[in-house]
Design a protein around this ligand. Structure first.
Ligand SMILES: [Fe+2]
Ligand SMILES: [Fe+2]
Length: 192
């Protein structure tokens, strides 16, 4: 059942990244010059971790096992699976909007802002729904043999920002960003 705490801690880390994106948008809204490197770093995180590890492991391990043990969860599992796909589509829109903003200029900021805020709201609600509606059911319905497989899959994850294996692939800029996050998300107090 260790996968439950891994999923929750991955959601917490995701929450820190979504919070950062919202705050970066807020800063530009109030006149600060955009730091495109930070956006690229955070987007790379979302692409490499959320869409390549976290969501596929929910799709391939957690959801099918739960469906088997608790068939009444079919509707919510289908909805959450569709949200994984929808989130990837919103992500691509946000990435395109970033390119347009970076290379065209301030006129593209409102569109970029809208895509970011739509994405952060969407992914935040998605993770909350899983914590409210799926994890408690999984805790009750799955058996020890189910958890062995699910735990092994999630334990093999390594978070590119918050984990250890990927540290060198991400810039010092990202570390600085995390240091700016207020507690309990990070160490800093810039955004308190
Ligand atoms: Fe999910
Ligand atoms: Fe999740």
């Amino acid at each position: 059942m260790r996968a439950i705490s891994i999923i929750k801690s991955e959601h917490k880390n995701l929450g820190a990244v979504l919070y950062s994106l919202d705050k970066l948008i807020e800063e530009i809204d109030s006149g600060k010059h955009p730091d495109f490197g930070i956006f690229h770093g955070l987007f790379t995180y979302l692409d490499r971790f959320l869409d390549r590890y976290h969501h596929p492991k929910e799709n391939h391990y957690l959801f099918p096992k739960l469906l088997l043990r608790a068939p009444d969860t079919e509707g919510i599992i289908r909805e959450l699976g569709q949200q994984h796909t929808e989130g990837e589509i919103l992500f691509v829109e946000m990435l395109k909007a970033l390119s347009a903003y970076e290379f065209t200029g301030a006129a593209e900021f409102p569109h970029f802002r809208d895509t970011v805020l739509r994405y952060t709201d969407f992914e935040r609600r998605h993770a909350q729904k899983e914590e409210d509606e799926i994890l408690p059911r999984a805790r009750d319905a799955l058996e020890a043999s189910d958890w062995e497989e699910i735990d092994a899959a999630f334990e093999a994850n390594d978070d590119p920002i918050f984990g250890t294996r990927w540290n060198n692939e991400f810039s010092e800029m990202l570390n600085q960003l995390i240091n700016r996050l207020p507690a309990p998300l990070g160490l800093g107090d810039d955004w308190k």
